[in-house]
Design a protein around this ligand. Structure first.
Ligand SMILES: [Zn+2]
Length: 315
């Protein structure tokens, strides 16, 4: 098949491609381990093991875009390229309602970024209901990838906070980028993540997520009450790393709250002397310590409490 004829075929079949269509298979079959079609199954497996996409919920999307300057230089060649479909600014999305740890590259949906036209749509699978939410991150923040988890840590913080989650003075905050400048946050800055209310159907969250993105220009994540979180980044690596940081911060905030500490409070002394003694038992339970560790922990806590008393006396 000539190059021109092949390009025409891809165009013609974008409306109703089939699983076995060799042209659309080209979009998802690559020997490059960093190709989105190979990365998405690998990351879904990892996220499944972390409890982020269990029960077929959650998902990930990666964009296969080229650098804009490169796009301009190679535009002419791309149009005539044998790899027409591969070189476009495409969006790869895992299907809906499938076991995320068993996805293969052929299960993936592929859409164009600019027109949202389906380049590949496996007929036996449903497109992800997260699709318009992923596009929020692509079109409003020029993201390169977006992760959606149903992590229990994310869900728990939405039960403990109102319309925004706040935390400060945590090392992992440094792994979060500022939405406006793409610079990393500092340890002592206040991380704020908007929380939107859940809807009966995932796609109905699209406008709420868009409003949160507009209202919180610094955020790279939106929490959904009793549901999970959406996190995006300029690349899949940054989206993955930030999702890990956010999840860590959600988890530690829940633990801090459960022992009476405010994750958003600026510490006055390190370590904080404000841990109520009667909460020691709860701390031990949360930390899942065995008997031996509990004894050690009690001894350390006793020592620490005396140090604090001494320090207060000295003031
Ligand atoms: Zn969801």
């Amino acid at each position: 098949m000539s190059v021109t004829k092949k390009v025409r075929t891809v165009r013609k079949r974008t409306a109703a491609p089939t699983d076995s269509d060799p042209d659309t298979d080209e979009l998802v079959l690559s020997s490059d381990p960093l190709h989105p079609a190979n990365l998405i199954p690998e990351l879904c497996k990892l996220f499944y093991s972390l409890g982020w996409v269990t029960g077929t919920g959650g998902g990930i999307s990666i964009r296969n875009g080229k650098d804009k300057s490169l796009q301009a230089l190679t535009c002419f060649l791309i149009i005539r390229s044998y790899e027409f479909g591969r070189n476009r600014d495409n969006v790869y999305i895992a299907p809906s309602g499938v076991q995320k740890e068993r996805i293969s590259p052929r299960d993936l949906f592929v859409l164009t970024l600019s027109t949202r036209c389906n380049l590949r749509s496996p007929p036996s699978l449903k497109p992800s209901a997260c699709t318009p939410l992923f596009f929020n991150a692509y079109t409003m923040r020029q993201a390169g990838a977006c992760v959606h988890t149903h992590s229990q840590n994310a869900v728990m913080v939405t039960l403990l906070y109102g319309d925004q989650f706040k935390i400060t003075h945590q090392e992992m905050i440094k792994g979060i980028k500022k939405g406006s400048t793409n610079e990393n946050m500092m340890f002592d800055e206040m991380l704020v993540v908007p929380i939107v209310e859940n809807t009966l159907f995932e796609e109905e969250l699209t406008s709420r997520m868009a409003k949160a993105i507009e209202d919180y220009p610094e955020t790279n994540a939106v929490l959904v009450r009793r549901h999970g979180v959406y996190v995006w980044g300029k690349t899949w690596e940054k989206a993955k790393a930030m999702t890990e940081c956010y999840d860590y911060l959600f988890e530690i905030a829940v633990k801090m709250k459960s022992i009476g500490l405010d994750p958003a409070a600026k510490p006055t002394i390190s370590p904080s002397p404000t841990i109520p003694t009667h909460n020691l038992e709860r701390m031990q339970t949360i930390a899942r310590l065995d008997d031996r560790d509990i004894k050690i922990s009690e001894a350390v806590y006793e020592l620490y409490a005396r140090s604090v008393e001494f320090m207060i006396d000295e003031l």
